[in-house]
Write a protein that binds this ligand. Structure first.
Ligand SMILES: Cc1cc2nc3c(=O)[nH]c(=O)nc-3n(C[C@H](O)[C@H](O)[C@H](O)COP(=O)(O)OP(=O)(O)OC[C@H]3O[C@@H](n4cnc5c(N)ncnc54)[C@H](O)[C@@H]3O)c2cc1C
Length: 318
């Protein structure tokens, strides 16, 4: 089941990334277990740093190094949406857009905030993805995951998932070795047209504001909690506060005011349309993006004394 030297740029929304030394595509729990058994055989004589495993969803939030990944990539395609009353039991490889279509067809409300959110529900749970004052945690009832070392499966209720701003247990040191298998989302009955319109509004907003014409991986930096703004800038920046879903200063505004919009390194560019997006103009190198990230951080630190923190993830070194 495991393939060798698979180009990861084909699995990245950024179209950036070198080869995975080992690559496993899974659509069921059984395939996953079978693949992990094969991996144990392959990697038994490997040094520790080559035994690494990384779970990939739709690659909409990851900057993959041009040097690739020297370990096993598990590409998760676990499907399935099953209705249980007002709850949905969903395979972790299901796209958020597929869930939204299901919600429209089945008149289920509460997940509309995710309109236009790319990627899988597994990825959304892990990073507690959020937009338009909603967060994945608002809908999660339960998450089932598998520990990739012990192969132990565990169900966690929402509280045990330790959700926080763009964070969950599955992003923690303790939880990062677990692959999310399925998610139960809690919804409520609603009106089909109202649900459809609310989702479409968000998609239209994103299409208008985000540089969708270029490959990208969404917002580069997390928004900045108001408490993190130095006293001398608080008064001026207060006018830009938005709820995310708590009060934040949008990083896009800080980047705009720091005048980094449009900066280009190689074939990567800080978007003219939305400065929190770094776009791939065509065959950009991972190091071009990294250099722009460093440039943007330095500019915001110098102007406001604020340290931006990446929302995107890195895979592979350099
Ligand atoms: C145009 C655009 C707009 C975006 N807008 C938003 C936004 O509004 N709000 C927001 O929060 N994000 C946004 N994002 C980022 C991204 O869409 C989300 O973070 C998304 O939830 C990632 O899902 P994915 O399947 O692509 O995950 P990937 O990018 O493949 O992976 C992200 C992380 O999740 C882990 N992961 C993925 N699947 C699993 C699993 N089954 N089990 C365990 N770990 C897993 C990966 O190991 C990785 O660490 C945007 C991205 C783009 C390109």
């Amino acid at each position: 089941m495991i393939r060798r030297d698979v180009p990861l740029k084909d699995y990245s929304n950024y179209k950036i990334g070198g080869p995975a030394a080992y690559f496993l595509e899974v659509s069921t729990r059984e395939e996953l277990l079978q693949g992990l058994k094969e991996w144990q055989g392959i990697s038994s004589s490997f040094p520790k740093d080559k035994k690494n495993i990384f779970v990939l969803g739709k690659g909409t939030n990851i900057l993959i190094s041009d040097k690739g990944f020297n370990g096993l990539i598990i590409h998760n395609n676990i499907p399935g949406i099953e209705r249980r009353g007002e709850d949905l039991v969903i395979g972790s490889g299901v796209l958020v857009s597929q869930i939204l279509s299901y919600c429209i067809e089945n008149q289920l409300s509460g997940f509309e905030w995710a309109g236009g959110l790319p990627g899988t529900v597994g990825g959304a749970v892990r990073g507690n993805a959020g937009a338009f004052s909603g967060e994945t945690k608002d809908n999660v009832k339960e998450v089932t995951s598998l520990n990739l070392d012990t192969l132990e499966e565990k169900k966690r209720a929402k509280l045990e998932c330790l959700f926080d701003y763009r964070f969950s247990f599955f992003k923690s040191e303790q939880g990062k070795n677990e692959i999310i298998l399925s998610v139960v989302l809690s919804l409520k009955n609603g009106d089909k047209e109202t649900i459809r319109n609310s989702i479409q509004e968000k998609i239209d907003y994103r299409n208008a504001k985000h540089p969708m014409e270029y490959p990208n991986i969404g917002s580069t930096f997390k928004n900045v909690k108001v408490e993190a703004v130095p006293e001398n800038w608080k008064k001026e920046l207060t006018q830009y506060i938005k709820n995310d879903p708590f009060p934040v200063i949008p990083s896009a505004k800080l980047l705009f005011l720091a005048n980094v919009k449009g900066k280009r390194i190689g074939n990567a560019q800080i978007s003219e349309k939305h400065p929190n997006f770094i776009v791939n103009l065509g065959n950009a190198a991972s190091n071009d993006v990294k250099a722009l990230i460093a440039f943007a951080k330095a500019a915001v630190l110098e102007k406001f004394g604020i340290e931006l923190e990446e929302e995107i993830m890195y895979l592979g070194s350099a």
